[in-house]
Design a protein around this ligand. Structure first.
Ligand code: AMP
Ligand code: MG
Length: 347
């Protein structure tokens, strides 16, 4: 494949002509990266087994990690799933369009290639004009994992997609930065208690307001086996080695300064992922504030971009502060744990 075409888009009022050009590619079985409210997606026709194969190849994604199918309206769900529990109806009314993915029993129209052979399909309706209009114009649901090379931090702007996907896909629609910055919450309603398979943009607390008690897959804890295939891989990972330090803020700062000194004495280039509240506490080191501890959306929206920035700066070691796991913090900490390959120090 030749060079990948990047098209600059108006995110509020996507230009019809550009959407049509991208939709033609999808219809012909090609791949288009597009912005969503979570991260950039790498889209192909969800009904086309060959398109799914191309997605796996472009990302270097393991074959057993199923794709999320994106639809443009709740009414389109019935074409692709056998049935849905009544809680799903409530959730869709409240959270769609938005960063919530729900598992359903799939209809045969969704090929095994899209779901990695599973008889369930993960579906969501994204809250982004470009995504919705692209799905509409393509006339098919769009399967789209994050538009990064498998294992790397997800892309939250078009240049990060280009860095990973140039020459591997047909087109990138550049609609600016993604507002949420972490992927959707993946929810399984098939058991007695709703189960979060991957924490994401819709929080556990928000789900509990609608559903009552919700559990988080215990397999996501360090050393356990997660239920969702995609959660078992090291993910979101920068080239640098990464350590997450958790505990009270003062103890975190102390520990990170101590670790940084030790690493620098060994000749390592160290980057510290701090917060607005703590960035000035680290002397003589590369420090990036990922956001405000009291506003986790400022952190989630920056997280992956900061990991990629450290890589571009050529740091050998990243030392990251932990934050509270309340609200969006749960998704942020899940991504940090995985980016660090569960290399966690508690202080
Ligand atoms: P990505 O699209 O790369 O953000 O990842 C999609 C996530 O959804 C992965 O963690 C997958 O394992 C998960 N997922 C997609 N489909 C299913 C499914 N049918 N059952 C369980 N997890 C799924
Ligand atoms: Mg991904």
């Amino acid at each position: 494949m030749g060079k990948t075409k990047i098209i600059l888009m108006n995110a509020q009022h996507p230009e019809k002509e550009k959407i049509r050009e991208a939709a033609e590619i999808i219809k012909k079985g090609g791949l288009v990266a597009f912005p969503t409210e979570t991260v950039y997606g790498l889209g192909g026709n969800a009904l086309d087994e060959h398109a799914a194969e191309k997605i796996y190849a472009a990302k270097g994604r393991p074959q057993d990690n199923p794709l999320i199918v994106h639809i443009k309206a709740i009414g389109d769900l019935q074409d692709i799933v056998e049935d849905f529990p009544k809680e799903a109806g409530r959730l869709m009314e409240v959270f769609w369009p938005g960063p919530l993915t729900i598992l359903f029993r799939k209809k045969p129209v969704i090929p095994a290639g899209t779901t990695a052979g599973l008889d369930t399909v993960a579906v969501r309706m994204p809250a982004h004009r470009i995504a919705l209009e692209l799905i509409e114009a393509a006339g098919v649901p769009i399967a789209a994992p994050s538009a990064n090379l498998s294992g790397k931090p997800s892309p939250t702007c078009a240049s990060d997609v280009y860095e990973d996907m140039n020459g591997r896909i047909d087109m990138i629609l550049d609609g600016g930065p993604c507002p949420v910055g972490v992927e959707s919450t993946v929810l399984d309603l098939s058991g007695p208690v709703p189960l979060i398979l991957r924490p994401g943009g819709i929080t556990k607390e928000e789900l509990e307001n609608i559903l009552g008690p919700v559990e988080v897959d215990p397999g996501l804890l360090p050393g356990q086996k997660p239920r969702s295939p995609g959660q078992k891989y090291r993910h979101y990972a920068p080239h640098a080695r990464m350590t997450v330090v958790e505990g009270s803020v003062e103890h975190q700062i102390e520990k990170i300064i101590e670790l940084a000194k030790g690493m620098e004495n060994l000749g390592k280039r160290v980057g510290i992922m701090a917060t607005a509240q703590t960035r000035h506490r680290y002397p003589n080191t590369i420090v990036i504030s990922v956001g405000d501890r009291n506003a986790p959306l400022t952190i989630s929206s920056n997280l992956f971009a900061v990991l990629r920035k450290f890589d571009r700066m050529g740091v050998d070691e990243i030392l990251a502060e932990g934050i509270s796991k309340e609200g969006l913090g749960l998704a942020v900490m899940n991504r940090l744990y995985k980016a660090a390959g569960y290399n966690i120090i508690k202080v």
